[in-house]
Design a protein around this ligand. Structure first.
Ligand SMILES: [Zn+2]
Length: 132
């Protein structure tokens, strides 16, 4: 009878290249690739999905996608301000607790948003100046 060890056990199929391979002996964890090159290739493909190549937004630039659209929170705040002056509480309800950052981004996009005086209660009124 032939010893089992001499028979190649090509029971696994590589997740990257599809080749059947014999798993490394005495390895803990699930081995999914036939070789290191395939493991690295798969890792880099996944990274590309998470961090697509393209221009990286600088911290002082407003967040825009390639089409130049506003983020959802910016769009909600702008939509609220287009209806008329809004208090900080109303803007927080529309754009989240970081509404101030979204206003900063909208201003960087050229929207003329004016801030009224802070009342003793902490209430502030924001107003969008619409060009006529
Ligand atoms: Zn492979």
């Amino acid at each position: 009878m032939m010893p089992a060890q001499t028979v190649p056990n090509r029971s696994r199929r590589c997740n990257a290249c599809g080749t059947r391979y014999e798993p490394y002996p005495r390895r803990s964890g699930a081995q999914r690739f036939c070789c290191e090159a395939c493991r690295v290739r798969d890792f880099k493909a996944r990274q590309k999905l998470l961090f697509p190549p393209g221009p990286v937004r600088k911290l002082d630039e407003p967040p825009q996608d390639q089409a130049g659209r506003l983020t959802a929170a910016c769009a909600r705040i702008l939509g609220r301000l287009l209806q008329g002056p809004a208090t900080n509480l109303e803007l927080a309800a529309a754009g989240g607790i970081r509404y101030g950052a979204r206003i900063h981004e909208l201003r960087q996009l050229g929207h003329d948003i004016r801030t009224g005086p802070t009342e003793p209660s902490g209430r502030v009124v924001y107003r969008l100046e619409v060009a006529r």
